[in-house]
Design a protein. Structure first.
Length: 83
């Protein structure tokens, strides 16, 4: 099943408490932490979202840092590894 960028955005919007984010301006280049204002607790929630919603496990912190750089890197990882 192919995952669209919009599906990833909708999933994050529904599951992360990101009040004030204008999702219409969020694109592939938007940094997840600096751009959306995520923090370390949100990173844990992202790992849970990936596992529960997309069937993807993040095995270590180094992978997480690479995957969670931007919305585009997150989307690419989901598209490549979705169960």
């Amino acid at each position: 099943m192919e995952t669209t960028l919009d599906e990833v955005k909708q999933t994050l919007a529904a599951r992360l408490p990101l009040g004030g984010v204008d999702w219409t301006t969020v694109n592939e280049d938007t940094p997840l932490f600096e751009g959306l204002g995520l923090d370390s607790l949100d990173a844990i929630e992202l790992v849970i979202i990936l596992r529960k919603h997309f069937g993807i496990a993040i095995e270590n912190m180094e992978d997480g840092k690479r995957i969670f750089q931007t919305l585009g890197t997150l989307h690419a990882h989901i598209a490549q590894h979705r169960a």
